[in-house]
Design a protein around this ligand. Structure first.
Ligand SMILES: Cc1cc2nc3c(=O)[nH]c(=O)nc-3n(C[C@H](O)[C@H](O)[C@H](O)COP(=O)(O)OP(=O)(O)OC[C@H]3O[C@@H](n4cnc5c(N)ncnc54)[C@H](O)[C@@H]3O)c2cc1C
Length: 297
């Protein structure tokens, strides 16, 4: 099918894009990589009356090392660029490990970081990674060009829903540095590589000097309306020696954190089973990395 008719604008600066968003009203949508929006328009699941194409706004595309030793990523940065970026590998290794799991290289060549985060698909990898890494997301509007920062924990508000107002643009993602003695891991199961995951998990764990679990953040996806922070699982590990038994107990506690849907791809029971197994694997790998500080799979 072809999309419903729409008006098309191609601003060349962020200011122009923000002005258009303010003028065109809530029926306008921004076009980033188009990998989710264009299929939705072709199926007429989305019918915006105005499209504001961000592809000619170069100032939104970058990966920068930040003075605090974290990184900042412009919303229009292609997913493939992040996958291949050395600062991402060094400073945000969980994100780096995740990137190849998103769709296929052809889609990552076009798909953007901001597009995936703003789309807030409950089966998408990046929203969960944003939660696990405690990302901050900067949103700008015409009358507030410096924008406001939104914590990832407050950004995802429901099924394909975010805290962005209709006239706000997501412009930047900031990832803080990982503390010392921190490990990370990403796991997902999909039927074929590149398919949306049936369930996935991103985990970060920090050990204290005695080797006890100081803190962990475990975020799951494809188990609810949006990315889910597994608070019960993290609480089960806090202050504990990170033994196989403790990891097993924390992974079992994830059942209290999730309420997964059943559909033609996987039943609720199967998703629950996968969530527990993947959480156990991710926590074990994160603990291993936290202990020895090694990188790589
Ligand atoms: C075959 C196929 C398989 C895929 N598999 C996966 C997968 O396994 N995992 C996964 O996560 N994704 C997958 N995707 C989706 C892909 O990752 C998209 O790139 C991503 O969801 C959207 O990014 P985009 O840049 O293409 O955004 P677009 O499609 O251009 O936009 C998506 C939505 O976000 C809004 N938006 C975009 N940028 C901004 C911004 N800066 N501020 C505010 N709103 C904005 C748009 O208005 C639109 O509503 C797949 C896509 C395809 C076609």
């Amino acid at each position: 099918m072809k999309p419903a008719p729409f008006e098309y604008h191609a601003p060349e600066t962020l200011d122009e894009a923000l002005a258009l968003l303010a003028e065109c009203g809530p029926d306008a949508k921004v076009l980033a990589g188009g990998q989710s929006l264009v299929p939705a328009m072709n199926f007429r699941l989305a019918a915006p009356s105005v499209l504001i194409d961000l592809n000619r706004v170069p100032e939104l595309s970058y990966v920068r090392e930040d003075s605090s030793a974290g990184i900042r990523i412009g919303a229009m940065t292609r997913q493939r660029e992040v996958e291949r970026s050395a600062p991402t590998a060094e400073r945000a290794p969980l994100l780096h490990e995740t990137m190849p799991h998103i769709a296929h290289p052809q889609i990552r060549n076009r798909g953007t970081m901001g597009g995936s985060v703003a789309h807030a698909d409950p089966a998408a990898e990046l929203p969960a990674v944003m939660l696990a890494l405690e990302a901050r997301l900067r949103a700008c509007r015409r009358d507030e060009p410096d924008g406001r920062w939104i914590d990832a924990g407050e950004f995802f508000t429901g099924l394909f829903a975010t805290a962005l107002a209709p006239d706000e643009l997501l412009v930047e993602i900031a990832l803080p540095p990982l503390p010392a003695r921190t490990g990370w891991a990403f796991r997902e199961i999909s039927r074929r590589h590149g398919d949306y995951a049936l369930v996935g998990v991103a985990a970060v764990m920090t050990l204290d000097e005695a080797g006890l679990c100081e803190r962990s953040r475990i975020a799951l996806f494809s188990v609810g309306d949006g990315p889910v922070l597994a608070r019960a699982a993290a609480a089960a590990l806090a202050g504990e020696p990170v033994t196989d038994e403790a990891i097993r107990a924390a992974a079992a506690a994830v059942q209290r954190d999730i309420d997964p849907p059943g559909d033609i791809h996987a039943s609720t029971a199967y998703r629950r089973h996968l969530a527990e197994v993947l959480t156990r694997q991710a926590l074990a790998r994160a603990a291993e990395r936290a202990r020895d500080g090694t990188e790589g799979a």
